[in-house]
Design a protein around this ligand. Structure first.
Ligand SMILES: C[S@@+](CC[C@H](N)C(=O)[O-])C[C@H]1O[C@@H](n2cnc3c(N)ncnc32)[C@H](O)[C@@H]1O
Length: 279
């Protein structure tokens, strides 16, 4: 197991996280200027991880490696757990499986494993979680595109969706989705599949992806939902405009728009989520 320590300007960090899809990332220090973080990787994965990170750094025009360390297996397990604390996103509370949960009015989503994107910490996930109670009704069928840990699919199932499917292109994410669904005692069909291969019709579709994926694959989504399409992962006004044009071109209208700043210090850098329906 290796620990790779990187540095990137703080204003590019969130974009980096979205691009990388969050595998085993730990923030070591974050200030106004720079964020220093570690990524953990099996020895067999180190080279492919390094080139993926370098590619993103090149795309973003900044970022560098600071240190590479060898780690014991147990270390990695403990490090990951240390950084994962319960987080409340009403009506849900995301809790790591090893935390003792005291019953309260929030709906618990237990994550046994969260190395894929979807710990509930990111604004894009939180936006969708806060929209779900209004748009997912008992008995609805729901598809979660790009499920990561399975967090949104589990939330939909806990709200009473009857048939929930979750897809992701990463086999590790699909594995995590299955484990986390089991941990929450909900029935989710987690499958390794990409957007363009959706082959069913759902009441509601959730898609927390990113603009370059929507640019390429959005056209495959609208014909597969009946009631609502909930989109997240749209960053700042330029992407918002591009996404809204895309939605309009597919005869979709906005039912609701919400946003959340990337961080309290950066209130002008907004992540957007949209609820859409057929016009
Ligand atoms: C931003 S994460 C969202 C994770 C989780 N749904 C959440 O809201 O926290 C996006 C996920 O989409 C997956 N993904 C990327 N391209 C995809 C594609 N073409 N089809 C399906 N999933 C994809 C990534 O592997 C990643 O797990």
């Amino acid at each position: 197991m290796k620990k790779l320590i990187y540095q990137i300007p703080t204003d590019l960090f969130e974009l980096f996280v979205v691009e990388l899809n969050g595998y085993g990332l730990e923030i070591i220090n974050k200030d106004e200027e720079n964020t220093i973080f570690a990524i953990y990787a099996e020895d067999s994965e180190v080279n492919s991880l390094k080139s993926a990170v370098n590619e993103i750094f090149e795309d973003l025009g900044n970022g560098k490696i600071v240190l590479e360390e060898d780690l014991q297996e147990e270390n990695w397990e403990e490090k990951w757990k240390e950084n994962f604390k319960p987080i409340e996103i009403p009506p849900f509370i995301i809790i790591p499986e090893w935390e003792i949960y005291k019953e309260n009015e929030l709906i618990p989503i237990k994550l046994k494993i969260a190395q894929a994107f979807g710990t509930g910490l990111h604004a894009t996930t939180q936006l969708v979680l806060s929209l779900l109670p209004k748009y997912v009704k008992k008995g609805d069928s729901v598809l979660d595109i790009g499920t990561g840990t399975g967090i949104l699919a589990i939330a939909a199932a806990k709200l009473g969706a009857s048939k929930v499917k979750a897809i992701d292109i990463h086999d590790k994410a699909v594995e995590e989705c299955k484990i986390n669904a089991w941990e929450n005692q909900v029935n989710i069909d987690c499958e390794e599949k990409s957007v363009e291969d959706i082959d069913d019709l759902f009441d509601v579709i959730l898609a927390n992806l990113q603009i370059d994926i929507f640019r390429k694959y959005f056209k495959y989504i609208p014909s597969h939902f009946k009631k609502y399409l909930i989109i997240s992962g749209i960053f700042k006004d330029k992407e918002k405009k591009e996404f809204l044009d895309l939605a309009k071109a597919h005869n979709l209208e906005i039912v609701e728009e919400i946003s959340k700043p990337e961080s309290p210090e950066k209130s002008e850098d907004l992540w957007y989520a949209f609820v859409l329906k057929h016009s």
